[in-house]
Design a protein around this ligand. Structure first.
Ligand code: XMP
Length: 513
């Protein structure tokens, strides 16, 4: 039960750090990510069974390089340094790192030079993924080189007596053929941890924790129809039942029949205590004539909070607020000098006000999205909620370019239903990140029957993505696009042209506003 073993990942700003964590959790070992500049006392307190030093974009000899205390290596636990993590190990323990003649990026052939418990299962030679500009030119005393590539003499090294290991390549990415074996060797053979962290245990632990924390007090939760808030509410409901009051704000910017069907699920399938507040008219009134995307977002966010507060105040004796915060929102992002920082915009309508003065319950704070989906399934949440494509908090308002009104919303809702039906019929709904139409109220000329038409444009946006941070347009079959186009034109009045958005992110964003 619970967490028996824990790995700590120290983050030096690599784009792959979260991937390391997910791979470790896939092996049923609990882990957390701390930024490199966390105080040593905090790291000690975490009491890790082993520590992994992530990669990062810096060079150890840079003036502003992210450096850790050398004392970290006195903790007497196994260490695995990956890429920059390996270089910092070499640098701090008496080795030397220098710029490489050629930057190595992409596939390389790894050749094992000597027996190593870390590299067991890799075969004499295998493909690995490299991404580095520096190399270790002198290894610290006590270390041995265990593998090389054509261009990198120190592709892996180790000091097994001290359980210090380093890899110049990335075992966490799929392109490293024996990456999972290597990570599992580090976890199970070298660090001796057990793969016994079960998501079922997680649920029952959380239920107990919430019960203890609330001690009979009430909690409120804003449900959005999305997977995160739903799973957070269902876990809390298991803990405190009738003391959880949920509020669903219908802002009138949802998809066709969405408010109704989501409420039905909440009440009938999940037996949640939920009140639906229809605030469509108010949202439409405040949005009238507003064309600026940021203003739209602000108005919607502010109104949502206002309505939620008003409803929350009607419930007496509430001390807690349940939120579906996920681990990627909690991890302190490491900003490294010289790194091309990833811009993550937090535009979550669920960010509720501090002035409510409620203590937070965030049952999903330690979880990644895929883990939340697994838990959701275990909790019996319907597939339709679990596998829903992401839907932005400001809803259809940011998919209508320019002013939002009832007429445009109705057009977009119909188009959305058609695109969703066609994508589902083609078996693609779960395979792509998002697929939706955007209403572009620019009129163009068409001909329908024998008559001239002069009507709006609908753009279809469909993207593949791993996390929404970057995306590529989906290479949809022409037949699917044709089906969407002909149905949209024939079934919806006010549209006479359909186009497909073929930009990736960057340079575009996924949503048009
Ligand atoms: P962009 O348009 O920034 O979107 O490329 C990235 C992902 O975030 C979603 N998105 C939002 N989600 N509130 C949300 O909860 C928002 O305000 C918001 N804006 C964009 C978008 O649908 C995509 O999945």
């Amino acid at each position: 039960m619970g967490i028996n073993s824990k790995i700590l990942i120290i983050d030096f700003g690599s784009q792959y750090t979260q991937l390391i964590a997910r791979k470790i959790r896939e092996s049923k070992v609990y882990c957390e990510i701390y930024p490199y500049n966390s105080p040593l006392s905090k790291i000690k307190q975490y009491n890790a069974n082993a520590i992994i030093l992530s990669g990062g974009p810096s060079s150890v000899y840079d003036k502003n390089a992210p450096i850790i205390s050398k004392d970290l290596f006195k903790l007497n636990v196994p260490f695995l340094g990956i890429c920059y993590g390996m270089q910092i190990m070499a640098h701090l323990l008496g080795g030397e790192v220098k710029p490489a003649k050629n930057r190595e990026y992409g596939h390389s052939k790894l050749e094992i030079l000597r027996k190593s418990s870390l590299l067991k299962g890799c075969g004499k030679s295998s493909l690995v993924w490299m991404s580095h500009g520096d190399v270790i030119v002198k290894i610290p005393t006590g270390f041995k080189i265990t593998a090389q590539t054509e261009t990198c003499d120190t592709a892996a090294f180790e000091y097994p007596e001290k359980k210090f290991y380093g890899l110049q390549f990335h075992p966490e990415v799929v392109h490293t053929e024996c990456g999972t074996d290597i990570l599992n060797n580090f976890l199970f053979k070298i660090s001796g941890v057990k793969g016994d962290w079960e998501l079922e245990d997680f649920i029952s632990d959380k239920v107990g924790e919430i019960r203890k924390k609330t001690g009979g007090a009430k909690a409120i939760c804003a449900l959005s129809g999305g997977v995160d808030s739903t799973v957070a509410a269902v876990i809390t409901d298991r803990a405190i039942g009738g003391n959880l009051k949920c509020i669903f704000v219908d802002n009138g910017l949802l998809r066709e029949s969405e408010a109704k069907s989501v409420m039905k699920y909440y009440k009938e399938n999940l037996s949640l205590n939920v009140k639906s507040v229809n605030a469509s008219a108010l949202f439409l009134k405040e949005l009238k004539g507003v064309t600026d995307p940021e203003r739209k977002r602000k108005i919607i966010g502010r109104l949502f909070i206002k309505i939620f507060e008003k409803e929350a105040k009607k419930i007496k004796g509430v001390n807690f607020l349940v939120q579906g915060t996920l681990y990627p929102d909690v991890i302190e992002s490491v900003k490294v000098f010289g790194a091309s920082s990833v811009i993550k915009s937090h535009h979550n309508v669920g960010g509720l006000p501090k002035k409510l003065n409620l203590k937070l319950i965030e049952p999903l704070r330690e979880l990644f999205k895929d883990e939340v989906r697994v838990i959701g399934k275990k909790l019996g949440i319907p597939e339709e909620i679990i596998n829903r494509q992401p839907f932005p908090g400001p809803g259809l308002a940011i998919r209508i370019i320019g002013a939002v009104d009832k007429k445009n919303l109705d057009i977009l809702r119909k188009a959305d239903a058609i695109v969703t039906q066609e994508i589902k019929a083609a078996g693609l709904y779960d395979k792509i990140w998002q697929s939706f139409p955007v209403l572009v109220p620019v009129k163009t000329v068409g001909v329908m029957g024998d008559k001239r038409s002069y009507e709006s444009v609908v753009a279809i946006r469909a993207v593949t993505s791993a996390d929404g941070m970057t995306a590529d347009f989906a290479k949809l079959d022409y037949d699917i696009l044709r089906a969407c186009s002909s149905r949209i034109i024939s079934e919806i009045k006010g549209v006479n042209r359909v186009v497909y958005d073929i930009t990736s992110k960057p340079p575009s964003t996924i949503e048009w506003e």
